[in-house]
Design a protein around this ligand. Structure first.
Ligand SMILES: [Zn+2]
Length: 375
């Protein structure tokens, strides 16, 4: 099947998390037709408020080498002001346009089409698909549950390729061999409310919080493992319970987001965040880690993926651990993980688009990778 047709069909499924709108069944039907054993797995949150459809599929004759592919069929909401219908998969000026074309229905379509071509020749090993429906909202009923299920069923692969967008300015220029960790910190400041003309009678929670934010923003993060970009902390939200210009607020709060390399863990960061707060009155913290930093050093995987990129688009890719988090942070505890796909320039934006020729080349790169991997 043509990769552009496959990707266009997927874009037409309005699979905005937690909706699926036929995306998982479409992929399952395709894989089943070419000989995969497929299993649809629906996982629910404890209170049944979140119900997510996922797909596991396997093809092969031996477990000598098992290659996994991780992808998510859910997308973020389209938002406003698109030039075309975001779910119509319009082709214009050499681009395929639509919500999810880069993140990451293009990656799924390319890998599925590459596999369909690859398995026409005999090979020794197995290919597994882990396609999930809630990557955009935390992956709890998606990859995390799917990995637990696969672990129990002894179906964890040896290596995993993630088809998320990884390229920077050209297809093939960047491969993700890791990612930084991410920690959200919700900080609350309590003072004493008062009239702003009477400083002796109040304690300004907002000023106190701002002074702390300035201090922690300037923290001298160490940067020993240069495979990761330097750790950075950003204040992303600031609130105070105030509705009048002459009232000093009693309560204020902020969210800090920290992206960190493996010089730190969520736990060591917690200690720093709290220690730096000692000189400030009445600050309390809640911590929400969303993933630790990881890096995959498997030379074989890196070499054959880089060689496949070079063969198809004549570029020597760089290996990076920048970017946001991905579902790789869960699989890395079980096997090697590497991540490669189209450019990420338009993801989560209006008019998300990928060059038609990039999708065709991505399929060729994946096909070359499969041939080298099972050699
Ligand atoms: Zn994604």
């Amino acid at each position: 099947m043509d990769v552009i047709d496959f990707c266009s069909d997927l874009i037409r499924c309005r699979s905005v998390t937690p909706d699926d709108d036929g995306a998982i069944d479409y992929i399952a039907n395709f894989l089943s037709l070419i000989g995969f054993e497929t299993k649809i797995l629906t996982f629910k949150s404890e209170d049944n408020s979140n119900v997510i459809k996922n797909l596991f599929a396997k093809y092969g004759n031996s477990d000598r080498k098992i290659l996994g592919f991780i992808g998510h069929s859910d997308v973020v909401p389209a938002g406003e002001n698109w030039e075309t219908n975001p779910f119509a998969a319009v082709q214009k000026n050499g681009f395929l346009i639509g919500r999810g074309v880069a993140d990451m229905k293009g990656g799924i379509a390319s890998f599925c089409c590459a596999v369909a071509e690859f398995i026409r020749q005999p090979f020794s090993g197995s290919i597994e698909f882990f396609i999930t429906g809630d990557e955009e909202v935390g992956s709890r009923e998606g990859i995390r549950s799917l990995i637990e299920w696969a672990d129990d069923a002894k179906l964890i692969p040896h290596d995993c390729l993630i088809g998320e967008p990884s390229s920077d300015v050209r297809l093939g220029d960047r491969i993700y061999s890791g990612h930084r960790g991410s920690l959200n910190v919700f900080v609350k400041s309590r003072g004493k409310q008062g009239h702003s003309a009477y400083p002796a009678n109040y304690k300004n929670s907002l000023a106190n919080l701002c002074r702390y934010i300035v201090k922690i923003s300037d923290y001298p993060w160490k940067h020993e493992n240069k495979k990761f970009p330097k750790t950075n902390l950003e204040v992303t939200m600031l609130f105070s319970d105030n509705c009048a210009t002459n009232i000093v607020p009693e309560l204020s709060s902020a969210n800090l987001n920290i992206r960190f390399g493996d010089d730190y863990t969520s736990e060591t960061l917690k200690t720093i965040i709290e220690q730096e707060a000692k000189e400030f009155n009445e600050l309390t913290f809640d911590f929400y880690p969303s993933g630790e930093a990881y890096y995959c050093d498997n030379e074989r995987l890196k070499n054959i993926l880089a060689a496949s990129v070079k063969e198809v688009v004549n570029i020597d890719p760089s290996f990076s651990a920048a970017g946001g988090t991905s579902d790789g942070r869960f699989m890395i505890h079980h096997c090697n993980v590497i991540e490669f796909g189209v450019q990420d320039a338009t993801i989560h934006q209006k008019d998300e688009k990928v060059k038609v020729s990039d999708l065709q080349n991505l399929k060729k790169i994946y096909l070359s990778f499969l041939k080298k991997y099972f050699k």
